[in-house]
Design a protein around this ligand. Structure first.
Ligand SMILES: NC(=O)c1ccc[n+]([C@@H]2O[C@H](COP(=O)([O-])OP(=O)(O)OC[C@H]3O[C@@H](n4cnc5c(N)ncnc54)[C@H](O)[C@@H]3O)[C@@H](O)[C@H]2O)c1
Ligand SMILES: [Fe+2]
Length: 412
């Protein structure tokens, strides 16, 4: 999840798409704090769960049953090189479905890539978009579908299918797509219900090749999504149950997936957990760990999951005055000592720290190759960004600027 700010220029930007000079405007409101956070819905508790989820060994066969006539596959170069893209297109070929592939997605996809993809998609005339890859490929496909609809509203919306190959973002079920303005170095979070995929296909075999350090960081992102959804101001009975199950999966399977790449049970459970946590936070919003991770990651280019992993124990301690009862409940659920709120909170923090340590994730920002002088110079602006971040709105405790500054200093 990305940094706030820097949206204004994009909201006015017009993109010329295709020979017919179609115009695409980037929407004004892009930040994210969960579907239950809009004032009009304040008195009605809602849970959105639009995406059809297909999982397991034969889940890919779903591609052979979709009511579509031609496909546009959005992916990255690794997926083509590894043969994963071909695994997907072979199912399209089995039903003689014409298809084109756009394999230009880069990590943290740029607006330019999204616009090139949108143009190619509109030219292809396809009525199915298949996203194959990590959060970057899925976010690109979601943005392509979104901008194509804005550019050509008279065309029927394409069916959007997401096949995640990492267990982390939950993008296959969320209303968010993060695109980057490379020139300004700003991440732009789009947030719109139109971005939610119609179908998610969860086949853990695609995640088997994820290297251990990426498994660790993306897995800790899942844990942070679930913990922050569970303690969000906008949680509800449905987000709770998904968040709790995702937390159970992380504590039971993340270390196994990290230590043993080929442990397919662990891979599968982490993929399901990632999706469940995505469904939860898509409705509840997130919290201060994400706000600070966006600020820190944006400033020092630290992978998102890694930044969350380091900051999470500090945020739990800070939130414990308001969310301690919830933390104690989680400690009970995962079988940790929880005689009282203090013990439950401390046990949970200890479990997060233990998981980090076992996966080689440091306890302090200073061990992330961040220069101390640069960190101290950026403290005020990072704290200000984190305070403004939409995720802070759903945090259980309302932090001040000084609180956030203090937390970042503690984490140093
Ligand atoms: N939409 C959302 O809800 C949401 C939430 C959080 C983050 N994001 C965004 O998602 C992106 C990060 O996504 P990500 O962490 O999944 O990584 P990613 O998609 O950027 O992929 C990172 C690298 O891992 C490689 N990779 C992916 N799957 C692999 C596999 N199975 N085996 C080996 N290598 C593999 C990719 O080729 C790429 O080089 C960022 O742009 C972030 O801003 C989106
Ligand atoms: Fe995240």
């Amino acid at each position: 999840m990305p940094l706030p700010g820097g949206h204004e220029d994009f909201s006015r930007r017009i993109f010329h798409c295709g020979r017919t000079q179609r115009h695409i405007t980037i929407p004004e409101h892009t930040a994210y704090s969960g579907i239950n956070n809009t004032p009009a819905e304040a008195n009605v508790t809602q849970f959105h769960g639009k995406t059809k989820i297909c999982y397991g060994r034969y889940a890919l066969e779903t591609l052979e049953e979709l009511p579509t006539s031609s496909a546009f596959v959005v992916t990255d170069p690794f997926m083509v090189k590894s043969g994963f893209a071909e695994q997907v297109t072979s199912h399209l070929e089995r039903r003689s479905l014409p298809h084109a592939t756009f394999a230009e997605v880069e990590p943290d996809p740029s607006l330019e890539t999204v616009m090139r993809g949108t143009l190619e998609f509109l030219r292809s005339g396809a009525d199915l978009i298949v996203a194959l890859g990590g959060g970057s490929a899925i976010d690109t496909a979601k943005a392509i579908s979104f901008f194509a609809h804005k550019a050509a509203p008279e065309l029927p919306r394409p069916l959007l299918v997401a096949i995640p190959t990492t267990s982390g973002t939950g993008s296959e079920v969320t209303a968010i797509s993060v695109v980057t303005d490379k020139a300004k170095g700003v991440k732009i979070p789009l947030n719109d219900e139109l971005l939610i995929p119609d179908v998610a296909i969860l086949d853990a075999r695609f995640t088997r090749t994820v290297p251990p350090h990426v498994t660790a960081a993306t897995g800790m992102d899942v844990l942070t999504h679930a913990l922050e959804a569970y303690t969000s101001r906008n949680n509800n009975a449905f987000t709770d149950i998904l968040a709790v199950q995702a937390i159970r999966y992380v504590f039971s399977f993340l270390l196994k997936a990290y230590q043993q790449m080929e442990d397919m049970e662990a891979r599968e459970m982490m993929l399901l957990g990632s999706c469940m946590a995505g469904m939860a936070f898509n409705n509840s919003g997130l919290g201060l760990t994400h706000s600070m991770a966006h600020a820190l990651g944006g400033q020092f280019h630290i992978p998102h999951g890694l930044a969350n992993a380091v900051l999470l124990p500090y945020a739990i301690r800070f939130n414990s005055f308001d969310a301690g009862v919830r933390y104690r409940e989680l400690a009970r659920i995962i079988g940790l000592p929880h005689a009282n709120v203090e013990e439950g909170t401390s046990s949970l923090i200890g479990a997060v720290q233990g998981l980090n340590e076992a996966m080689g994730i440091p306890a302090h920002i200073r061990n992330l190759k961040v220069d101390e002088a640069a960190f101290r110079a950026a403290l005020d602006s990072m704290a200000a960004h984190a305070l403004e971040d939409m995720c802070t709105q759903s945090n259980p405790r309302r932090p001040s600027l000084t609180d956030i500054r203090m937390l970042l200093e503690q984490a140093w």
